[in-house]
Design a protein around this ligand. Structure first.
Ligand code: NAD
Ligand code: MG
Length: 380
């Protein structure tokens, strides 16, 4: 039986991970659960999965939960508590299902322990790709991507030689504003931006999908996962979200992975790899889907995608600044402090202010993340 630790168990990926584990019967056991503040759901999860360890970051939520956690379950609190939990119990697989830069530090602890990392938290690779991939090598930790595009590429690459890859093609649904004029971005509401046509996800990634920053972050994620330069990573708009991504080889052959837009499949693959396990999730019926379409992304309309390629080109701390500026800009949009159309300008301004120092060590990453956040909080 494999033991599983879930960082961010109450979010969209966390909840889907628990469904997958339940479905895999006795092969996997939940050992650790960590959350930000959702006390009610965490209490439910503790009752159902009986973990050894739980951590809750938010201090006032931690006060509320204290008396509700059974005596035999170890409870950690605060930001440090997430790290203490990740180093305090024994597990085989660490599911990185937390959102944002905050997921980096606990994930590093799991990597240092040489675990399998089922990684949904793409920000970890965006901000610290070089550091994290080196650390994995040193500690014989392996990253299995949960992001559907990267899982698709991973699946296409099984049995292939990376040196024979000509390019990776990441598909993007285009989000809710694919067919809107750019001028609409001035009046786009929060509800409209959160209304993704194909996927049900947490708020931050849903806004990133509306700006196409999500695809930009995924280009950077792909660079580190597969070790290919940005010239070999393309994006194509595919509104049906059935082809999750493709790999083109040097002989011109193209392999794709298909499936319904449901994160349970990539999560299960990351848990069971190199095996596949029977499940009864809804099957893909191509005759029912009928049409699959593809177009080029409009970089002048979706400026965030272009900014991500630029940051990747710059290297060093630039992707970290891109990510921090984006996290704060999205938060400001969700608090109605800025318009949807302001997001790319804010990120551009941060990238210009904090030019990369060319380094990728952890100290630089934490420094650039912090000063970018402070700066962007002052912008409108
Ligand atoms: P979510 O907002 O639904 O859930 C986030 C989880 O992290 C929650 O359990 C929350 O309690 C916890 N959390 C958030 N901030 C925290 C903090 N500061 N400290 C401790 N815990 C904190 O997010 P999600 O949609 O599940 O996405 C999680 C990650 O997976 C993101 O990095 C996202 O980009 C990636 N991802 C998500 C999907 C998807 O379908 N949802 C698909 C691909 C990749
Ligand atoms: Mg994705």
């Amino acid at each position: 039986m494999k033991k599983v630790f879930i960082l961010g168990s109450t979010g969209s990926i966390g909840v889907n991970s628990l469904k997958v584990i339940e479905n895999l019967n006795d092969e996997f056991k939940v050992i650790g659960l960590t959350v930000n503040s959702n006390v009610d759901l965490l209490v439910e999860q503790i009752k159902k999965y009986n973990p050894e360890i739980v951590a809750i970051r938010d201090k006032s939520s931690a006060e509320k939960i204290k008396d509700l956690v059974p005596n035999d379950v170890k409870l950690f609190t605060g930001e440090k508590g997430l790290i203490e939990a990740a180093v305090s119990c024994d597990y085989d697989i660490f599911i990185g299902a937390m959102v944002g830069f905050a997921g980096l530090a606990p994930t590093i602890e799991a990597i240092k322990r040489g675990k399998r990392i089922a990684l949904a938290n793409k920000e970890t690779l965006v901000v610290a790709g070089e550091f994290v991939t080196n650390l994995c090598r040193e500690n014989q930790a392996e990253i299995l991507p949960v992001d559907s595009e990267h899982s698709a590429i991973y699946q296409c690459l099984v049995g292939e030689n990376l040196s024979e890859v000509e390019k990776l093609i990441l598909t993007a649904s285009g989000g809710p504003f694919l067919n809107k004029e750019k001028s609409f971005f001035d009046i786009a509401t929060i509800d409209e931006a959160l209304n993704h046509p194909n996927w049900k996800m947490g708020n931050k990634i849903t806004i990133d999908s509306a700006t196409l920053m999500n695809k930009g972050l995924e280009v950077i994620e792909a660079k580190w996962l597969f070790g290919l330069p940005k010239e070999k990573i393309d994006v194509v708009i595919h509104p049906q979200s059935i082809i999750h991504s493709l790999v083109q080889f040097v002989d011109g052959s193209v392999k794709a992975q298909l499936g319904l837009p449901d994160m349970k499949l990539p999560i299960q693959y990351a848990l069971t790899f190199p095996n596949r396990t029977q499940n009864y999730f809804t099957r893909t019926d191509l005759t029912e889907i009928g049409t699959l379409t593809f177009t080029k992304p409009d970089y002048s309309k979706f400026e965030c995608l272009k900014l991500a390629y630029d940051a990747l080109e710059c290297g060093g701390t630039a992707p970290c600044v891109l990510n921090a500026a984006n996290e704060i800009a999205v938060d400001k949009f969700l608090k109605k402090e800025i318009k949807f159309s302001h997001i790319p300008g804010i990120i551009y301004s941060a990238l210009n202010k904090f030019v990369s120092n060319g380094l990728s060590d952890l100290e630089s990453i934490f420094e650039y993340d912090k000063k970018t956040r402070e700066y962007v909080r002052t912008l409108n």
